[in-house]
Ligand binder design. Structure first.
Ligand code: SME
Length: 151
């Protein structure tokens, strides 16, 4: 396993242990943001957008102020909801419809979050201020981490 994978594995174990103390999905989401944002290098914005009444609204996050709601059917977060799988964007300027909440974001990953019935409840969205930050390792580990929310 490479260095990044090893770091994700430590974070995964830490969160799994921590979640024994609370089942609340929002508390778990907030904790995921805090740990990822402060332990992974280059995470500029780390947070959740929650699907409610067909709209994506900002949930727990760490980083600079972000958009409260995302225009339906547009951007990376909605693509994550529609595809129901992780979306890796090496260069946000090359993604049609990308919603720029902060012009310092250069690359991005979005990972859908499913509840215990398999319904999509929202997405984990991470922005980097560098190009090409995210790859399959991030997608695989982040999908595993968000599965802990409803476990
Ligand atoms: N870039 C996202 C919007 C959310 S911000 O990155 C925090 C999008 O295109 O959906």
């Amino acid at each position: 396993m490479d260095k990044k994978g090893a770091r994700y594995e430590r974070i995964y174990k830490q969160l799994k242990e921590l979640f024994k103390t609370s089942e609340h999905p929002l508390s778990r989401m907030a904790s995921i943001c805090a740990v990822l944002h402060h332990k992974m290098s280059g995470f500029f914005w780390t947070g959740f957008y929650l699907l409610e009444h067909g709209e994506l609204k900002v949930g727990p996050y760490q980083g600079p102020l972000a958009c409260m709601e995302l225009q339906k059917g547009k951007g990376v977060c909605w693509a994550g909801v529609e595809r129901a799988e992780p979306v890796v964007v090496p260069d946000v300027d090359a993604f049609p419809g990308h919603i720029a909440c902060d012009s310092r974001s250069k690359s991005e990953i979005v990972v859908p979050v499913f509840d215990d019935k398999g319904m999509t409840v929202g997405v984990l969205d991470i922005d980097s201020s560098q190009l090409n930050t995210f790859d399959e390792t991030d997608a695989d580990w982040l999908a595993k981490i968000v599965r802990l929310i409803y476990e």
